[in-house]
Design a protein around this ligand. Structure first.
Ligand SMILES: [Zn+2]
Length: 587
């Protein structure tokens, strides 16, 4: 990524008032020193999204996102830093300076460009093969699966012929290098050094970004004995499986218009549903939806309808997708199909009208789970009610919106015939537990960040001078193993090199670290305000870590035989004594 000069970025940030910018998307109310509103990154009905104008950052206490004005636009618009800078410069009437781009950046931009072009060329070539006489068997195969010519056309279906290097020959003759084709995953290098087409004798399904650029392929086997049934492009600099949703390029306008999206599993489910006139459809392609894919969807809608086989509902990829979507604040409905049917077979058997009716009568996922769990337990017995509740409470605890969660609690209480206060309290407990597990996953060690580290981080934003002086007194060894090490390291680095300012600091933090920092900085007061005191605690913790390690080593040696290791043990005792004294001095 080319770089804008730091001075320009600082200038721009100075002009681009974070409250003004965020107010374009979120209505904010001033409450005390900060502004509050409904978080645009997760569904909520009571505001937990805070903007601090003076310090130039935002933070959501509901879902944990946070950062500066650039980060907000990057997340909200799903665009890169560069585009965000351009957008803000335009909005605030600043002229863009020349980009500083190094060789490596130029090379990777050129590579991505090359990869996109070669995918475009390959798509065109696969389509030609499908239209050629050699493709007639495949055209029949597609027709037999009930996919019309128009749908095939819309999906850009193609055919990779059986030859070992038909595609390679065609594209190399068009001027593409073998190296680029390998990089794109269109060719594979065999162990013996030979190079062959990855996709041979397959029905080719182009996978696109939502902008329409083809970035990968799925290849379906055409013969019964051909393995694997589906072969996919590998991950490349332009393709990440976990961030791509199949069909979004075709459906995004319809999703916006209809206000919801139908989520199906496979390519052919999508083809049938799309052909049935339900254009607001995407496919997860067999694996559980990832949060990154959910974020993609959220740009267009927060309502998802899943249609699947009732046996699949409570388990596997579908259940995981549902739970993740609920946890991400989506409104999730399920349209149950008869046992053994998927959208592909259902639409073909019963027609578009019947499928449309299934969608219309879809039910909220949570209700569906509730009824299913209730049916699985004897709610007339205490034992059954306890089992029912312990199955449902963790699910309830993952609902991010308090209002939705409370409503769900009422329904749970009603079914289990207990008072709703009991259920609500239990759910709050489950939700609190979930917060710790979630943060543990997303923010490494967030829960373990010590008070002293938190104190220093808070001070770095609110009283940087004292925090920097205290950090200066620490050395690398003191920071080793600290959960917030990367954050404190960055502050030290900036202080040494280019000069520290809270705004440069916020901008340079990784997304994960920025969540941690804005969470701490949003607290009205630091838990620990004495920066030197924090530094002392950090030094003491280091001594304690070393002390524990030495003790462990002494124990080990004594077990091996104090006689042989006497000298070593004595030396360790001396160091241990020394450390204890230092620890005393640091209290
Ligand atoms: Zn949020």
């Amino acid at each position: 990524m080319p770089l804008f000069p730091q001075r320009f970025i600082e200038d721009l940030k100075h002009h681009a008032d974070i409250v003004v910018v965020i107010q374009d998307y979120v209505s904010l109310k001033k409450t005390g020193a900060t502004y509050k509103g409904l978080c645009p990154f997760h569904g909520e009905k009571t505001p937990s999204f805070h903007v601090n104008r003076d310090k130039g950052f935002f933070h959501c206490f509901g879902c944990g996102v946070g950062g500066d004005v650039f980060k907000f636009l990057e997340l909200h618009e799903k665009s890169g830093f560069q585009d965000v800078v351009k957008q803000l410069a335009q909005r605030f009437g600043m002229t863009l300076p020349e980009l500083e781009q190094n060789d490596e950046q130029r090379a990777s931009a050129a590579e991505r460009e090359g990869l996109l072009k070669v995918h475009e060329a390959a798509t065109a070539w696969f389509r030609q093969q499908l239209a050629s006489p050699a493709g007639s068997r495949i055209r029949q195969h597609i027709a037999a699966r009930g996919v019309s010519d128009a749908t095939g056309e819309a999906l850009g279906l193609g055919f990779a012929p059986p030859g070992r290097n038909a595609l390679a020959q065609a594209l190399i003759s068009q001027g593409y290098s073998q190296a680029l084709l390998l990089r794109a995953g269109l060719l594979v290098q065999r162990d013996d050094g030979g190079v062959v087409d990855r996709f041979r004798n397959r029905l080719m399904i182009p996978i696109s970004r939502d902008t329409g650029s083809v970035v990968a392929f799925g290849g379906r086997a055409l013969d019964a004995d051909q393995q694997p049934k589906y072969l996919n492009s590998p991950e490349t600099p332009i393709y990440s499986k976990s961030r791509t949703l199949y069909g979004l390029n075709l459906s995004k306008a319809a999703i916006r218009e209809r206000g919801f999206v139908v989520l199906v599993e496979g390519y052919f489910d999508l083809a049938q549903v799309y052909q049935a006139g339900v254009h607001a459809v995407v496919a997860s392609c067999g694996t559980a939806l990832t949060p990154a894919q959910a974020q993609q969807l959220r740009r267009f809608t927060a309502k998802v309808v899943l249609s699947f086989d009732p046996d699949a509902a409570g388990q596997g990829a579908t259940a995981k997708s549902c739970e993740m979507l609920v946890a991400e604040g989506f409104e999730v409905n399920v349209a149950i199909l008869p046992a053994g049917e998927d959208p592909d077979t259902y639409v073909r058997k019963h027609g578009p009208q019947a499928y449309g009716d299934r969608l219309k009568t879809s039910r909220p996922y949570l209700e569906f789970l509730l009824d299913r769990a209730a049916a699985g337990h004897n709610l007339n017995s205490d034992d059954g009610r306890v089992k029912f509740l312990s199955e449902m409470l963790p699910i309830a605890g993952r609902i991010p919106d308090v209002t939705v969660r409370d409503r769900f609690a009422d329904r749970l209480a009603h079914k289990a015939r207990v008072t709703d206060e009991v259920v609500r309290a239990e759910i709050r407990r489950a939700a609190a537990q979930r917060q710790t597990t979630l943060t543990a996953r997303e923010l490494p060690n967030f829960g373990q960040v010590t008070k002293a580290e938190k104190g220093l981080i808070w001070l770095l934003l609110h009283q940087p001078q004292s925090a920097l002086a205290a950090l200066d007194a620490l050395d690398d060894g003191d920071l080793d193993g600290l959960p917030a090490r990367s954050v404190l390291d960055l502050a030290r680095q900036l202080n040494e090199n280019s000069g520290f300012s809270p705004s440069i600091f916020l901008e340079r933090l990784s997304s994960v670290d920025s969540q941690l920092v804005t969470a701490i900085a949003s607290e009205r007061e630091a838990h620990v305000t004495d920066a030197d005191g924090c530094a002392r605690i950090i030094k003491r913790l280091r001594c304690e870590r070393e002390h524990t390690a030495i003790q462990r080593e002494i124990d080990r040696l004594q077990e091996l035989g104090a006689a042989q290791h006497g000298a070593r043990i004595d030396a360790l005792w001396a160091r241990k004594k020394d450390l204890l004294q230092r620890i005393e001095g640091l209290i």
